[in-house]
Ligand binder design. Structure first.
Ligand code: GDP
Ligand code: ZN
Length: 375
């Protein structure tokens, strides 16, 4: 995206990959923090902030090290609503409201200080809300980028990005799917491609659409939220992992979640209903447990999530068949756009490369080279 220059330093790909596996660590099934509970906590917080105003500028009272070890707790962020951060303690117990302070150690941009899934430590001292002492470095992230704005992390430490596409209505859009897959890969998440609405197309069609993706290093599932077809496979792919669903509006993300988690419809309405009042600009994100094991992060922000600026290396890694065919181009700097000695027209003739994949590849490469990330 033009103007989107503020980029965070990211750990190397190999380090991230090896760390991603560790998120597979079993988590206690989290209790959901309800919007009204957070609203109540926020009232309490506002009161505290108002009362504390007189002390502004005074040096913060540093707790003694004995006090620190006695009350420092680890947890993970379940929800962010305004200034209130809902934290699930690692040791058992209910989620607690926490707040950030200037003293909180944050290893990344403070504009992006906390997101759902962040691992934190807090000082369990006095009455809640408790103060966060540290936000830990992120292993993975899903970031939203908007034109001219710094990217905003919407969830962290999620293992798997489930890229949902539909076979029809809206039509299958390979270029958009590639963008989501690349974005997931750049945040260090493992991509899972789900083709929904298989009930709307003839039986052989899903395989034809998914064929180019099956050769990539990613899991692929075809299913229908309407009929339940393919749900056994989908549940296997989601079991015991922390996932997030992304994809164009209308592809069936909510329908999939509703079928995977009985009773969810009522609860999402509850959360979104209170957000609809427009009191807060920050999205509430929520973790939901699958009855068959595993967890999903759901946030309204993800629905309008736009994509990362890709790098040429990451783009190339999603098009191995094109990279392989391009090895036969006469010139190493071949642009594959009717260049002399380009091997790609022949590769397309021989069905080693699909024309629509080449088109997607060239567009994404242009964006990567120009530093643009727009759709
Ligand atoms: P979201 O915007 O990605 O959350 O999509 P929704 O879950 O709201 O679904 C959009 C529309 O597609 C709704 O009218 C759903 O009923 C419909 N839909 C979702 N999944 C399927 C499916 O597998 N088959 C069919 N025929 N319709 C579906
Ligand atoms: Zn070429």
């Amino acid at each position: 995206m033009p103007g989107m220059s503020a980029k965070k330093r990211k750990p190397s790909q190999s380090r991230r990959r090896s760390q991603v596996g560790r998120t597979a660590r079993r988590r206690e099934r989290p209790r959901r923090i309800r919007a009204d509970e957070l609203a109540r906590d926020e009232e309490i917080l506002h009161e505290k902030i108002l009362r504390g105003r007189d002390n502004e500028g005074a040096p913060p009272e540093a707790p003694s090290s004995a006090e620190l070890t006695a009350v420092t707790r680890d947890g993970s962020v379940l929800a962010v609503r305004g200034a209130v951060i809902g934290v699930q303690p690692c040791a058992q117990g209910d989620p607690v409201p926490c707040v950030l302070r200037k003293s909180t150690r944050v290893p990344h941009s403070r504009a992006n200080a906390v997101a759902v899934g962040d691992e934190v430590t807090f000082l369990a001292q006095g009455d809640p809300p408790y103060v966060l002492t540290e936000v830990k470095p992120r292993r993975t992230w899903l970031a939203r980028s908007r034109r001219g704005q710094e990217e905003q992390v919407i969830c962290a430490n999620v293992e798997q990005a489930v890229v949902v596409a539909s076979a029809l209505c809206p039509p299958f859009k390979p270029r958009l799917i590639d963008r989501y897959l690349i974005s997931a890969g750049q945040g260090g998440m493992r991509p899972l491609l789900v083709l929904n609405k298989t009930d709307l197309v003839p039986p052989g069609e899903p395989d034809v659409l998914l064929e180019p993706y099956r050769s990539l290093d990613l899991a692929v599932v075809a299913c229908s939220a309407e009929t339940g077809e393919g749900f056994g496979e989908l549940e296997d792919a989601l079991r015991d992992k922390l996932s997030v669903l992304v994809g164009q509006s209308g592809v069936g993300k909510s329908s999939l979640l509703n079928r995977l988690i009985p009773g969810l419809a009522v609860r999402t309405a509850e959360v979104y209903g209170s957000l609809g009042k427009g009191r807060h600009t920050t999205s509430t994100s929520t973790l939901y447990a699958f009855p068959f094991g595993g967890t999903v992060v759901d946030t309204p922000g993800i629905r309008s999530f736009s994509l990362h600026e890709p790098t040429t290396e990451v783009v190339a890694s999603f098009f191995p068949e094109i990279v392989a065919a391009a090895a036969d181009c006469r010139f190493s700097d071949c642009r594959h756009r009717g260049d002399l000695g380009c091997a790609l027209p022949r590769a397309i003739e021989r069905r080693q490369v699909r024309a629509d994949r080449l088109e997607s590849f060239l567009l994404l490469m242009d964006e990567a080279e120009e530093g643009k990330g727009d759709r």
